[in-house]
Design a protein around this ligand. Sequence first.
Ligand SMILES: NC(=O)c1ccc[n+]([C@@H]2O[C@H](COP(=O)([O-])OP(=O)(O)OC[C@H]3O[C@@H](n4cnc5c(N)ncnc54)[C@H](OP(=O)(O)O)[C@@H]3O)[C@@H](O)[C@H]2O)c1
Length: 254
Amino acid sequence: MSDLFSLKDRVVLVTGASRGLGFAMAKAMGEAGGTVVLNGRDAGTLETSAGKLKADGIKAEIAPFDVSDFAAAAKAVADIAKKHGRLDVAVLNAGIQHRRPLLEWENADFQRVIDTNLTACFVLAREAARVMIPRGEGRIIMTGSIMGIVARPTVHAYAAAKAGLGGMSKTLAVELAPKGITVNVICPGFFDTEMNTALTQNPEFNAFVKSRCPLGRWARPEEIGGAAVFLASRAGSYVNGHMLVVDGGLVDNL
Ligand SMILES: NC(=O)c1ccc[n+]([C@@H]2O[C@H](COP(=O)([O-])OP(=O)(O)OC[C@H]3O[C@@H](n4cnc5c(N)ncnc54)[C@H](OP(=O)(O)O)[C@@H]3O)[C@@H](O)[C@H]2O)c1
């Protein structure tokens, strides 16, 4: 049974893995036996995060680059493939948030969120596929959001990017499946990470999460790990073009 979820001998890139959900997914996939390559923008922070995983016996490496520097992103994927001779799983997770009332939005902020949360996933999926296609197998997993499905005010670019991932992942899924590659999106609900500090410290928003989410609480980062292992492993081999919502039932709760 454990073999079904094994990532032994798999090389896994996780973008945005210095903390939060990316780190939690890298940890879970490392515990499943994968060699995990952690990405973020700061090499020092990544070294610290990789060190925590190594202390747990996980094979962890770092790949510092800014996902919105598309040339750097493409080079990083090529470097991983050159070093390991393969890239089995690409978890495209790095993301940023920008919350403002509509009339305070600058075009540049909209573009920055789209570049990081959507265009970078396109570039990295293409470059991962370039490495995976010759081997005839691979898994691409993107971190979407319930904000691509349901709405709250102020997060216009974020919602556009996450909804965009939903559409783009499906076109990638149907195009790449004949080449042995699956493409899926994990859509988290409200997780207690640094991205949400402003919200977790806001009593009104806390009350909203507690009343709206049937499980009655914020999610802990480690609660995303199982979904990533599932989609990356043999257990998820026939799951393709899917949006896996991990939200404690929040979007279904009227
Ligand atoms: N937390 C939630 O409730 C929630 C809900 C739905 C979806 N999500 C999605 O889950 C993903 C992770 O969110 P999180 O909550 O874990 O956020 P977080 O705690 O803010 O972590 C974001 C991670 O992304 C990295 N990052 C940011 N910009 C980057 C860039 N341009 N290039 C490379 N790395 C970059 C950060 O590292 P550096 O800053 O060191 O680069 C960090 O490792 C995001 O896509 C987010 O939209 C989160």
